[in-house]
Design a protein around this ligand. Structure first.
Ligand SMILES: [Mg+2]
Length: 410
């Protein structure tokens, strides 16, 4: 809470000149936990912890209500439960987070193609080219936040600044559900009172070392002679740190490489040996892969399956198509055919995977109807499924043949 108070006073002091502030850092607030609260509104306002509840489970995310008890990510779940015995523990659903992440990515791309993703819920944007069309940096940042709230019903915090270091710092101080601009001219004033740990690359160890020398805030380091700083942190870090202290950071936004493949696989609690069951699981995996392709607006030309047997031998088989697809039906047909071609007779299977490779953006991919499949029908049906899922959640709709659901790996 002290952070957001600090943040508010900073906003008041820093001014609103966003000239040259072409870098945004966007970070979803308590992302996994927020997705869980969105799915189950009864959790709203409660201390919710996402992670493994059993044995050596670890916290992967916590709502702000849970953080007030001192709970944070990477903490053993047992400790979290001691800190807040009433906390509600929800198992992580990485597939759901990946799907929301893909939707978020599309929203970011609607502003600029210059998006560098750092995590499922975090990205830098270089909006230089968007300013003419979409408005001032702070306006674009505000629009993005509104868009995310409207489309995803989730909150994001955004930092607006002249470089990556400052933008990332700004979003940290904007949290939760905030926007913070660090005007170029106010960067030094903003930075110098901050603890040295706020510098990019200063971890706990270096922070302790600096504090031992009485260097507690960024301003203390900024005014050290470079030679002195070099003796403390080494030549490689000294110049970098010195520059950061003065708000200088030349790193560019590096557009994230598109994904090379999308796959889902499952290890079964009990080995499968019934071909009907194997095919049902392949359908489930094909559906997941196809849904992820569609959510990223990607299509694939090569479909592969992976089978790990009881004795851990693992095989893969793949087929390259003449045209691209993101259809559940088509991916399932191929996966099933690859499986049938193996002609396995009641062998015990411990893992099954389906993967789509040779990815291309759907807009660019050339679609040709295949001989045995019309170019209409399934695609419309699948669009409807995706829309229903977006509206009612992942678990709303499954292909008809699916029954039991083992735990997921991805
Ligand atoms: Mg986040």
């Amino acid at each position: 809470m002290s952070r957001s108070q600090l943040n508010r006073s900073k906003i008041a002091n820093l001014g609103d000149d966003d000239t040259n502030c072409h870098i945004l850092h966007l970070d979803m607030d308590a992302f996994y936990a927020s997705v869980e609260v969105r799915r189950n509104p009864a959790l709203a306002g409660k201390p919710v912890v996402v992670g493994g509840a059993e044995g050596r489970g670890v916290v992967v995310a916590a709502t702000y209500e849970a953080r007030e008890f001192g709970i944070h990510a990477a903490m053993p779940m047992s400790r979290a439960m001691r800190l807040c015995p009433t906390a509600i523990v929800v198992p992580a659903d990485h597939r759901a987070y990946a799907e929301v992440s893909a939707q978020l990515y599309q929203i970011l791309l609607s502003v600029t193609p210059y998006v560098e993703t750092l995590a499922l819920d975090e990205a830098f944007l270089d909006i230089s080219g968007a300013i003419k069309l979409l408005g001032k940096p702070t306006e674009i940042a505000a629009k993005l936040r509104t868009e995310i709230k409207t489309q995803l019903n989730l909150t994001a915090s955004v930092g607006v600044a002249s470089n990556k270091f400052l933008a990332k710092l700004a979003s940290t101080y904007a949290k939760p559900d905030g926007l913070l601009l660090i005007p170029e001219a106010a960067a030094v004033k903003f930075l110098h009172p901050l603890p040295v740990g706020a510098l990019w690359g200063v971890g706990e160890k270096t922070e302790a070392k600096l504090q031992e020398l009485g260097l507690n805030v960024i301003g203390d380091i900024a005014n050290l002679p470079l030679a002195t700083l070099t003796r403390i942190v080494g030549a490689a870090s000294a110049e970098h740190l010195h520059n950061l202290c003065w708000g200088i950071d030349d790193r560019e936004v590096i557009v994230s490489e598109p994904e090379k493949s999308i796959g889902n696989e499952t290890t079964f609690g009990e080995d499968l040996f019934d071909p009907t069951e194997v095919e049902a699981q392949l359908l489930r995996l094909a559906d997941q892969v196809a849904a992820r392709l569609r959510s990223r607006e990607l299509s694939s030309r090569t479909i592969s399956i992976k089978i790990r047997f009881h004795d851990f031998t693992t095989i893969t088989r793949s087929k390259t198509l003449t045209s691209y697809t993101h259809s559940t039906q088509e991916i399932n047909q191929i996966a099933r055919q690859l499986y049938r071609n193996l002609n396995l007779q009641r062998v015990r299977i411990r893992l099954l995977g389906v993967r789509a490779e040779g990815l291309q953006s759907t807009q660019l991919a050339s679609f040709q109807p295949t001989l045995d499949e019309p170019d209409y029908g399934w695609s419309e049906a699948e669009q409807a499924v995706d829309q229903a899922r977006a509206k009612f959640g992942e678990r709303a709709i499954k292909p008809a043949r699916l029954i039991a659901e083992p735990d997921e790996e991805d």
